[in-house]
Design a protein around this ligand. Structure first.
Ligand SMILES: [Cu+2]
Length: 153
């Protein structure tokens, strides 16, 4: 990692340590990444995103040094089958919130660069439609037993 990116990472970590993005109306509560079995090529991130502004805010992409690829999904139930649908954006309504949780909207994290276990952290870079970007430090936690498991293959 180059020094300037390290510095900006540290700066962002300080700046966003209260989970509020400067210049943005979004706040992030209870963000976590579910620990996955060692063989797993995919993990999921959950959080609640609140939008205090009068305008809809869209997250258009996400990247991380910890994962090769990130996309946004929504789980839909069709009979007994839970199907994941790709979403091009995470859309947070004006004066509203978007809840990312198991069985619903989530951030899908593909191909971890190294195994992430409970207690580890990953940095997610979220890019907004207006060009702003937000860095989130997200802790990895053990998945609760009652969470439906991700079927991705
Ligand atoms: Cu998914």
């Amino acid at each position: 990692m180059k020094l300037h990116s390290l510095i900006s990472l540290l700066f962002a970590a300080l700046f966003f340590s209260h989970s509020a993005a400067a210049g943005s109306s979004l706040s992030f509560d209870g963000a976590w990444i579910a620990e996955a079995p060692p063989s797993s090529k995919v993990m999921a991130a959950y959080m609640e995103i609140n939008n205090s502004s009068d305008q809809t805010v869209k997250v258009v992409s996400a990247t991380s040094e910890s994962f090769k690829r990130i996309s946004f999904h929504q789980t839909k139930n069709e009979g007994d089958m839970a199907k994941m649908e790709h979403m091009s954006t995470l859309t947070i309504p004006a004066k509203g919130k978007l809840v990312l949780k198991a069985g619903s909207h989530h951030i899908m994290l593909f191909n971890p660069v190294k195994r992430l276990k409970a207690g580890d952290q990953a940095t997610l870079d979220l890019k907004l439609e207006n060009g702003d970007s937000i860095k989130l430090e997200v802790p990895v936690k053990k998945q609760m037993m009652d969470h439906s498991h991700h079927m991705h293959h």
